[in-house]
Each structure stands twice: as C-alpha cells, then as structure tokens.
Design a protein around this ligand. Structure first.
Ligand code: IPE
Ligand code: IPE
Ligand code: MG
Length: 242
C-alpha cells in the first residue's frame, strides 16, 4: 500500500509516543461533561492506530492514565478506569485480528482494580505473538515511578549479589525499566497545546524529537499523525554529534 504523500519510507520513526491530552477542554467547549471528552478520544486513538498501521510504524505508546491522574475527582478517576477496561474488552479482538500486540507499562498494583489488572494480563497474553504493531498503554504510569520501581529491583539484585554495583551502566538500567525491549521513542507527540512532558517516559525520551500541536486529542486523526511524521522527517537528528 502506498504511503501518504510526502512521507519517506526510509526514515520512518520506529516508535511514536503520544500524550493524548485535551479531552476535558474539548468537552467543555461543547458544553459537555469532561468524561464525554474521554469517550470521544476513543475514535481518535483507533484512527491513529490505523495511521500507524498504514505507515508501518512498529511501536506506538499512548499515555492513558498517569500516576498523577489519581488527583482528579473520584468520579472522573472511576470513569477513566472503567473506560480503559471497556476499550480493552471492546477492541482487543479487532486489534488482535490486525496483528497488534497490546501491552501495558505502569504500576499494576495499588489502586488499579483487580478486575482491570486481570483484563490487562489477558489481553497481553492474547496478543503476545503479534508483531505488526506494538501498542503500549502507559496506564497508572509515571516516568519517575518507573525509575523508582526499577531502582528498587536493581538494589535488591545488588544486595543479593546478582549484579555488581560497579557494573551498573545505561544498558543495565534499561533492563530494569517496565519494557526493556521497547526502543526509545523517535518521536513524541503531545496534543492540546501544552508544552510539557508530565512525567512521561523520562528515561526513554532522552533523544526523542518533540512535536506539539494545538489539536485537542478527540479531534486528532491519522492525518495529524502523518503531519507529525512529515515534520519529523524534515528534522536533523544529531545525537550530540555534528
Ligand atoms: C487527557 O485529557 C486524558 C487524560 C489525562 C486521562 P485531559 O482530561 O487531561 O483533558 P484536559 O487537559 O483537561 O483538557
Ligand atoms: C498527561 O496529561 C497524562 C495523560 C494524557 C494521560 P495531563 O492532562 O494529566 O497532564 P498535566 O496535568 O496537564 O500536566
Ligand atoms: Mg490534560
């Protein structure tokens, strides 16, 4: 299948990370409830997944719920938990049929309901062998929490003499992240005109290209992804060299 115009097959990002932001404002501007904005975000997500499949981008990671989002009103938190579970159950067969491997990064314990956790595990197991696209949900995820969790395990392994503290290097730290096999994002997209990272993939985005758009997440479609990729392809990545 032909790529969208202006996109080079040679320099596609291998991993696109998205901060799906602006659902609440989208709803408020329409006189709707904030949660209606989250609901409208579902179509944006699955259209964007189609876009990634069309481009042949093999990794896409989406920020669905942050460790800080527990600070929201209990009704919205509850809505988001149920909503993510509903998306998972409602869409997993379709994703599986398309060759999408669904994975989750984030803290699975704590306040995440056991039922949601079980559905996460089932979906991961069901789609584990798919390789066309790995769609990772950052759910109850925080970049600092990821480092804390990894360092706790690393420190325990050092105590148990499974690793030598003198041998800790970047490669070893990567092995203690939630998804050690996940390549770093080449491109990070944030919607809704906010210019911040909000504790997303802190270790992994060290050299990602950042792309910000005013588009609110519920209005985001595959064409917006294509536009971000065009901009990405126009950039020169140097990785500290000249
Ligand atoms: C992003 O939209 C979705 C989540 C954080 C779960 P918001 O809910 O943050 O929407 P705004 O930023 O308030 O408009
Ligand atoms: C980041 O958006 C988290 C998700 C999109 C899930 P937020 O809306 O929570 O971020 P802040 O509060 O504006 O930094
Ligand atoms: Mg927001």
């Amino acid at each position: 299948m032909a790529l969208p115009p202006g996109i080079e097959p040679k320099h596609l990002p291998q991993h696109v990370a998205l901060v799906m932001d602006g659902n609440g404002r989208w709803a408020q501007r329409r006189g709707l409830k904030r949660t209606d904005g989250h609901a409208a975000g579902e179509e944006a997500l699955f259209d964007t997944v189609e876009g990634a499949l069309t481009l042949g981008v093999p990794w896409m990671t989406v920020y669905a719920f942050s460790t800080e989002n527990w600070r929201r009103p209990i009704d919205e938190v509850r809505y988001l938990m149920n909503f993510n579970e509903r998306i998972l159950l409602g869409r997993r067969d379709e994703l599986h049929a398309k060759g999408v491997r669904v994975r989750f990064i984030g803290r699975r314990g704590g306040r995440v309901p056991g039922r949601v956790r079980r559905h996460i595990e089932d979906t991961e197991a069901m789609t584990a062998k798919n390789r066309r696209l790995t769609l990772t949900f950052a759910f109850n995820y925080g970049g600092r929490a990821e480092l804390v969790d990894g360092i706790q395990r690393l420190a325990a392994d050092a105590r148990d003499r499974k690793i030598d503290p003198a041998k800790v290097d970047e490669k070893m730290i990567r092995r203690y992240l939630y998804a050690p096999d996940m390549p770093d994002p080449d491109l990070l997209v944030r919607t809704s005109g906010e210019f911040r990272i909000s504790n997303y993939l802190l270790w992994e985005i060290a050299y990602s290209e950042l792309y910000f758009t005013e588009t609110l997440w519920p209005d985001f479609r595959r064409e917006h992804l294509y536009e971000a990729v065009r901009e990405f392809q126009a950039r020169e990545r140097r990785f500290g060299a000249i």
